[in-house]
Write a new protein. Structure first.
Length: 580
């Protein structure tokens, strides 16, 4: 995890880097720091979230700065463990995203050779090793150190007296923005787009000398050219645009995000990828895993093709026998467990297909095929529009496999349905949830993973303990926890599971738990059993997956706002989890 930014050029580099780090806070935000190159290397760093007021930008007048925002792995979040780290002489400074797995043995050797360590991080070994090899040319020194490192890294390094940044990438993302007389490096494109749309996505093994005039990239000691890609994400996409929080903005973008994702799927290419597929395995984490579960229900019902859904983190250590197609779901394209699962799948006779939101992300390199969901940048840590976009692409896959079954369920009506869902009154439900210590979410069939996602959203951003169960499982244990103080959010809409859900709600009510039901308009039976009923727009059944998702996202959002939580940066979390 962690985000890194570096700038070299005519602007106030500290200002560019700090602004960029703010955009990368989704990757971690427990401490931050910059290294400024002028006559000497000055490091300013601190525990806690990035505070712009910590830096006096007028005094930091340099055109060469590197910076870091951290999500702690080795060493607690505090001032000394914050990056950048420096060598014993404070002449070399480095920021790092990734993990150095062999840092313990490297550190022991460095200590024996007399190096003094200032932090508990794995990262610090890199800068001391560079110090040992440094002989006036930073590129040579970094080149010599890289073969000694095991693990993953994207690093930016500067040295006193050198007007350049040396960058290296291995299994952690690093992107270069190539401007006119300036270069900005970042963990993703968002810090770059304010200055240029032209970027280079570095590949594993790339080592780069970055000067304001341009970059020289080498890989395996050979100088190479990398393609410059023009990124079409607008700068506005990464701004709040009048909303109070990015999460709110991203929830409200979902009608167009869904339509855009559907439109961007190339059906002909998809047909080729899916041709002859008889079974499918899906891997993902968190919200992406939930999207995979919904896909299983849909594909098994409409296309009659068996689908297995695995947590990427579990799959890695006990991969099942694999045939057919492996779909990796990851909005960021950087989740370490999901990347590892695809690597493993390559050893089997199966095709790999990644679905991701991020052009040039690591998953696009390891999977044979990639579909982009084109949701635009998602800034809030809690995934919302990327979930809807993942579902859109997955709906297209089910549609393709079932020869149009889903399209006849009118995917085209989704846009209006999502817009209508955004306007539904949920105030009474929020009032009930905001005082709860524990909330249960229940559903059946494909609404079960929808309820899992609802519970995840609530716990992530409101910190209320929330659990989801397939409604039939509640009586096998969780009932022991029910009381007047444990609201139950029940998805109870028309369809094959309606009657049994009504019975389940009655059982819950008999144990005195208040019920917030999500149901169809005019359902008097439901109104008779539930304390609060939130009604969804009239749509085909499949589209209800989307409208209910939107309502559950809004419930989580509004409850967290009522509790005064930090919506876009919930405690302890990061958006992109690049460690196991
Ligand atoms: C983190 C994020 C979640 C996300 C999960 C998987 O835990 O906080 O919101 O669902 O990673 O991310 P991915 O990028 O692989 O979809």
């Amino acid at each position: 995890m962690c985000g890194i930014v570096g700038y070299i050029g005519p602007r106030n580099a500290a200002e560019v880097v700090i602004k960029g780090l703010k955009k990368l806070e989704y990757r971690g935000y427990d401490s931050f720091g910059i290294a400024v190159s002028s006559d000497q290397i000055s490091i300013l760093k601190k525990g806690g979230r990035i505070q712009e007021s910590f830096f006096n930008l007028n005094e930091l007048n340099s055109g060469l700065v590197i910076g870091h925002t951290r999500w702690a792995t080795h060493g607690i979040p505090n001032d000394t463990n914050a990056h950048p780290h420096s060598d014993c002489s404070n002449n070399i400074a480095l920021v790092h995203n990734g993990i150095i797995e062999n840092f313990l043995s490297l550190r022991e050797d460095l200590l024996i050779r007399g190096h003094i360590f200032k932090s508990d991080t794995d990262t610090e070994v890199i800068v001391h090793l560079i110090e040992e090899f440094y002989n006036g040319d930073l590129l040579y020194a970094v080149r010599d150190v890289i073969p000694l490192l095991q693990g993953s890294f994207a690093i930016l390094v500067i040295a006193k007296g050198e007007k350049r940044i040396i960058a290296a990438r291995y299994k952690s993302p690093l992107v270069l923005g190539i401007g006119d007389g300036e270069v900005i490096a970042g963990s993703d494109v968002t810090p770059i787009l304010d200055y240029t749309p032209d970027v280079i996505f570095l590949e594993d093994g790339d080592l780069v000398s970055i000067r304001a005039e341009g970059v020289v990239i080498e890989n395996s000691h050979v100088i190479i050219e990398r393609l410059v890609t023009c990124v079409d994400w607008s700068r506005e996409d990464a701004r709040k645009g009048g909303f109070d929080h990015f999460m709110q903005k991203e929830i409200f973008e979902q009608a167009s995000v869904f339509s855009q994702a559907i439109r961007s799927v190339d059906y002909e290419a998809l047909k080729t990828i899916l041709s002859g597929v008889k079974e499918i395995t899906v891997v993902g984490c968190g919200t992406s895993y939930h999207a995979g579960m919904i896909f299983r229900y849909l594909t098994e019902e409409f296309a009659r093709i068996p689908v297995r859904v695995e947590f990427a983190s579990e799959f890695k250590y006990s991969p099942p026998p694999l045939h057919g197609l492996l779909i990796a779901l990851t909005q960021s394209g950087e989740t370490a467990d999901t990347l590892a699962a695809v690597e493993i799948a390559k050893n089997y006779e199966c095709t790999t297909l990644a679905i991701t939101n991020v052009l040039g992300s690591s998953i696009t390199r390891v999977a044979k095929n990639t579909l982009f969901m084109r949701a635009g940048p998602e800034v809030s840590v809690a995934a919302t529009k990327s979930f809807i976009a993942e579902l859109a692409v997955l709906f297209c896959i089910t549609d393709c496999l079932s020869e149009g079954e889903l399209r006849t369920q009118s995917l085209d009506s989704a846009h209006k349905a999502i817009e209508d869902a955004l306007l539904i009154d949920i105030d009474p439900a929020v009032d009930l949830l905001k005082n709860a210590g524990t909330v249960f979410f229940v559903g059946r069939g494909w609404y079960y993973p929808v309820s899992l996602e609802g519970a995840l959203k609530l716990k992530e951003i409101s910190y209320i303990h929330a659990e989801s169960y397939a409604a039939g499982e509640m009586k096998h244990g969780p009932f022991a926890l029910l009381s007047e103080e444990t609201p139950v959010v029940a998805i109870c809409v028309e369809g094959p599971t309606y009657s049994v859900m009504i019975s389940n709600i009655k059982e819950v009510k008999a144990r005195r738990a208040p019920v917030i039901a999500i149901g169809n308009k005019g359902d008097t039976d439901l109104c008779a059993v539930a304390d609060v009923v939130v009604t969804i727009p009239d749509t085909p059944r499949v589209i209800q997956i989307l409208t209910i998702t939107v309502i559950l996202q809004l419930l989580a959002y509004r409850t967290a706002v009522a509790l005064g939580r930090d919506i876009d940066r919930p405690r302890n979390l990061a958006k992109s989890v690049t460690v196991e």
